[in-house]
Design a protein around this ligand. Structure first.
Ligand code: 4NP
Length: 144
């Protein structure tokens, strides 16, 4: 699960998809930027997760890196800008094929984005939670 800062959207996506999958899956999140490496998720993401019964408070931000293409079969990005930043690191077509806009799982080929809630109010975080929950339901069902 990849966003820009790895403190708002992608840690929430990580918590949600983990709650829907067994422990047989390797799940992680990362940011394309390194501003928040080592930081806990934004307190508003922690709060909205907690409201829905998930604890993401122990997650730590990290930057996406090229080795993630080897570790993971699927790389879900939140928006077009994350997509471009991840693709820049791809080494070949197989890497590129792993990268998907997460909301295309819900609305195929529409290229809808999960809005960055960082500068918005709490409603933004609940809205992001609902979008990610719907997408993660589909992702988990397809993997099981
Ligand atoms: P995220 O949100 O990409 O969903 O984690 C952001 C968090 C921090 C910043 C931007 C987006 N920032 O500019 O610090």
């Amino acid at each position: 699960m990849v966003c820009l800062g790895n403190i708002c959207r992608s840690p929430l996506a990580e918590g949600i998809i983990k709650s829907k999958l067994s422990n047989n899956f390797i799940v992680d999140s990362a940011g394309t930027a390194n501003y928040h490496s080592g930081s806990a998720p934004d307190k508003r993401s922690i709060a909205v997760a907690r409201k829905h019964g998930l604890d993401i408070s122990n997650l730590k931000g990290r930057q996406f890196n090229v080795l993630d293409f080897d570790t993971f079969d699927f790389i879900y990005v939140m928006d077009e800008s994350n997509f471009q930043n991840v693709i820049k690191l791809a080494r070949h077509e197989d890497d590129i094929a792993k990268v998907k806009l997460i909301l295309n799982e819900v609305h195929p080929n529409k290229n809808h984005e999960v809005p960055d809630p960082y500068y918005g109010g709490d409603y933004g975080f609940e809205n992001v939670y609902q979008m990610l929950d719907e997408a993660c339901d589909i992702i988990a069902k397809n993997l099981l």
